[in-house]
Design a protein around this ligand. Structure first.
Ligand SMILES: [Zn+2]
Length: 322
């Protein structure tokens, strides 16, 4: 009899603890599930964005510039947003607005500068100022000292401006005669990377400040924070064009919020370019890739970053590739 009493007493004492523990576990599981769901949607939006980035980036060469990669930035952002909204089943304007407010920044890392999509204060034609998501112009990667300003790229191509004479020099770093002091071939790579990272971080910082101002105005209590820190993994792999996404503040329940940051890099600089030709005999457009060994005597029209890019402009695979 005594034993049963003790057993009942034990249950009475431990039951609340057990229930609290169970409740905590349950809400953690729920939070994790919601977080995974958000991340899955964002990841597929990033996938579609980077696919657009690869497909629509045109690689071209000219004597002066050497190499240039043009990015259809609008297409990239559009591809991202389409999948992002679709994933959250946000079809109406109000629902889209709801999910847009979590997008702190989308950065497109380009060959000679980056583009930033984020909330900005804009005035309309009547002069009325409001916050809206805006895609920026290209922001170049610039390294400066008191005499020179050097525009960096994702490889060793640079453009240097002598700020006293305004003379401009372009070319591979090794071929540049007048360089910022203290800069040489052994520390160029390090300075180049640091310059790109610092530029992008400055852009992200501005984006977060502006996003917070807008959020305050909206009565959003979440405080958005700058996502990157020194020696983040993304900075170590920075050698090709890519898409960086920072999404924060979506409620996960029980006082927790989503904090998502990702950098996805394309292999555009590394891959072999695809050449688009006009066939003089039949007037059609064809593309060749690096495997082509036949003589390419026709007019070179354009150099593409990928076969998809060439095909989307109406070029056919050449007879060798078919
Ligand atoms: Zn060919």
């Amino acid at each position: 009899m005594n034993l049963i009493k003790y057993a009942i007493l034990f249950i009475i004492i431990t039951l609340p603890f057990y229930m609290i523990h169970n409740f905590n576990t349950h809400r953690l599981v729920q939070r994790e599930r919601l977080k995974n769901q958000y991340e899955r949607v964002i990841s597929s939006a990033i996938e579609d964005g980077t696919y657009a980035l690869k497909t629509y980036s045109k690689r071209s060469f000219d004597e002066d510039r050497g190499k240039r990669i043009g990015i259809e930035t609008e297409e990239v952002i559009e591809a991202f947003l389409k999948t992002y909204h679709y994933g959250f089943k946000a079809f109406g304007d109000a629902a889209k607005h709801q999910f847009n407010q979590y997008i702190v920044a989308i950065v497109i890392i380009g060959y000679d500068g980056y583009y930033l999509y984020g909330t900005k204060q804009v005035a309309d034609h009547t002069g009325l100022v409001s916050y809206r998501p805006v895609l920026s112009e290209k922001k170049p990667y610039i390294y400066e000292d008191t005499e020179f300003a050097m525009k960096m790229t994702l490889d060793d191509f640079v453009e240097v401006v002598d700020m006293r004479s305004w003379e401009v020099e372009k070319g591979n770093f090794a071929s540049i005669a007048h360089k910022p002091s203290g800069m040489n071939e052994s520390n160029f790579e390090q300075i180049r990377k640091r310059t790109i990272i610092t530029s992008v971080e400055a852009g992200l910082r501005d984006a977060v400040i502006s996003h917070n101002q807008w959020a305050n105005q909206q009565g959003v209590l979440y405080e958005f924070i700058v996502p990157v820190a020194d020696n983040d993994p993304w900075s170590r792999t920075l050698d090709d064009i890519g898409l960086m996404v920072c999404i924060q503040g979506a409620p996960l329940g029980y006082g927790a919020f989503l904090d998502f940051f990702s950098f996805h890099q394309n292999n555009v600089l590394k891959i072999q370019p695809v050449n688009g030709y006009e066939d003089m005999a039949d007037g059609s457009f064809y593309y060749c890739d690096h495997r082509c060994t036949h003589e390419q005597t026709d007019n070179l029209i354009q150099v593409f970053a990928s076969k998809e890019a060439a095909a989307s402009e109406g070029f056919w695979p050449c007879h060798y590739l078919k």
